[in-house]
Design a protein around this ligand. Structure first.
Ligand code: SME
Length: 223
């Protein structure tokens, strides 16, 4: 059993019982916040083995708790793996299943995955691992929501894709979308793309957690 240390977030939000069996965590450090109370600053994770239960999300959790589980599982999965295909594939699974476990509009997510920098064409993205229906293979920087996010290096939340000029409709069912760039050493190496079959599927909370996830991926993978 691997045992490793990670200092990630200052939160106690997600109770242990909501975690899958593949990752158990033990509190190891607290920081005083004054007034006699303390804040959790670090967990020690015990990792058995990679297991499908990592994608099991308990119904009824909040969006913040679901993303907390995604980030915890991703941290554990990336601890001994640097291959970007492997890590983005497992991340797509975590995201898709986490969002499906939430109430509407999150459970109307119909595509969750990655486009990465195309090694054979500068300023072009190529399809990476995902969950959902077959999608466009390549997207030029500046085209569609993905290309706009890659070019601007900024997260794009699109409440109504029909109002986004140049939106690329891989799946006509998609009504809203969020795209988060994955930045390594100041350059875009990939984007996280999630589509939803209803309008206004994403908000600041998705953005906050997905940007943290993008940071984890950027650091963990050899791109
Ligand atoms: N809608 C995206 C294209 C990718 S798919 O949604 C999977 C866009 O406008 O860039």
């Amino acid at each position: 059993m691997a045992d490793f240390f990670v200092k990630r977030r200052q939160t106690t939000e997600c109770p242990n019982k909501r975690f899958s069996l593949s990752v158990q965590r033990r509190e190891i450090a607290r920081k005083s916040t004054g007034k006699g109370s303390s804040k959790l600053v670090a967990w020690r994770y015990k990792v058995d083995e990679v297991h499908a239960d990592s994608s099991t999300f308990v119904a009824g959790v909040s969006k913040s708790q679901a993303y907390d589980q995604v980030l915890t599982q991703a941290t554990a999965l990336f601890a001994h793996q640097t291959n970007w295909v492997c890590n983005t594939a497992n991340t797509a699974s975590l995201l898709y299943h986490a969002l499906q476990a939430l109430p509407s509009p999150s459970n109307k997510v119909n595509w969750a995955g990655f486009y990465v920098l195309d090694p054979s064409h500068p300023n072009q993205l190529i399809l990476g691992p995902f969950q959902g229906k077959v999608a466009c293979q390549t997207i030029k920087f500046g085209k569609g929501v993905c290309g706009a996010a890659a070019q601007s290096e900024k997260t794009h939340i699109v409440p109504d894709v029909e109002k986004f000029p140049g939106h690329i409709a891989c799946d006509s069912e998609s009504r809203s979308e969020i795209v988060v760039p994955v930045m390594k050493e100041g350059k875009v190496v990939a984007i996280i793309d999630i589509d939803c079959a209803v309008e206004e599927g994403f908000n600041w909370e998705d953005m906050k957690h997905l940007e943290e996830l993008a940071g984890l991926l950027a650091d963990a993978c050899v791109w």
